[in-house]
Design a binder for this molecule. Structure first.
Ligand SMILES: Nc1ncnc2c1ncn2[C@@H]1O[C@H](COP(=O)(O)OP(=O)(O)OP(=O)(O)O)[C@@H](O)[C@H]1O
Ligand SMILES: [Mg+2]
Length: 266
């Protein structure tokens, strides 16, 4: 959706933000991501705050609510959520500002060990039982080969969207933002999702799979589980690319097919 500047939000919505932050002096719209109708860094009386939001009647509002619900359970690599507001047709989240840049996933990038460290921290987190988040079996079942969806089950908290603009680099640290798709499932799913994004940044499929192998969850996963993941990921991206033929989606579908091929070989 198109992104509007903070100043174009309805007056009572801006006032509700100011009630949380103190007077808003300045707002700058950020780049990256596509779903948020507003994504701005505000300079306010109480300091800076990152605000992301979407219209309350937007289909993604459920994702925004999941993001708010899971926030208290996230590891230290994730920004702190200060508040969640819903009024006058808008749903807004106010976060600690991460003054970073988007991660560079290119082969040899010094960001890669930082991303590895952030994901290693996340791999140790159990999905909270009292929060309604997606289940990996439900998310992948319709794409996975017959009788394989059980492989996706587990109790690890997964991010699942490792697009490089969801990983901010600052002070020799990778921070994971954009928890629109928190999921409970098998721990090896996140290394697999990251591997596909590494391929998109220029890694060979072998190098991307080797990177996933840095995570014990991937190394110890059953080959049949990883093959099911490859097949499901390829089917998912094929569907996305068929629905909308923009070149990057076509590219992702091709890379997912290559990943599926190598994982099927075990
Ligand atoms: N805490 C933060 N501090 C500073 N900038 C941030 C912060 N969180 C996100 N950003 C920046 O804002 C962009 C958009 O935010 P985010 O990725 O959370 O939402 P999105 O991709 O637009 O929407 P969706 O949640 O629907 O996927 C990010 O790519 C990142 O550049
Ligand atoms: Mg994003």
């Amino acid at each position: 959706m198109s992104r509007i500047p903070f100043e174009q939000l309805p007056g009572d919505v801006r006032q509700a933000v100011a009630d949380k932050t103190g007077a808003v002096h300045h707002a700058v719209t950020v780049r990256g991501g596509m779903n948020s109708g507003i994504a701005s860094v505000l300079e306010t009386e109480s300091g800076s705050v990152f605000v992301k939001g979407i219209p309350a009647d937007h289909p993604q509002v459920a994702a925004q609510r999941r993001e708010a619900a899971v926030a208290p359970h996230l590891p230290t690599s994730c920004p702190h959520l200060y508040w969640h507001l819903e009024l006058d047709g808008w749903s807004l989240l106010g976060y600690e500002v991460i003054e970073g840049r988007h991660a560079d996933y290119a082969p040899g990038s010094p960001d890669l060990p930082l991303v590895e460290a952030a994901l290693t921290e996340l791999q140790a987190v159990t999905a909270p039982a009292d929060v309604e988040i997606k289940d990996a079996v439900d998310r992948w079942a319709e794409y996975a080969p017959p009788a394989t969806s059980h492989f996706f089950g587990g109790d690890t908290l997964l991010h699942t969207d490792f697009a490089p603009d969801n990983v901010l680099i600052v002070d020799e640290r990778a921070r994971l933002v954009d928890w629109a798709w928190p999921t409970r499932g098998a721990a090896w799913i996140d290394p697999g999702a990251l591997a596909l994004r590494l391929m998109d940044a220029g890694h060979s499929v072998e190098a991307a799979v080797a990177f996933a192998g840095r995570f014990p969850s991937w190394r110890t996963a059953e080959p049949e589980a990883l093959a099911a993941f490859g097949a499901a990921t390829a089917a998912l991206w094929r569907e996305i690319a068929e629905g909308d033929g923009t070149p990057w989606k076509q590219g992702m579908a091709e890379r997912a097919a290559a990943l599926a091929y190598i994982l099927a070989k075990g």
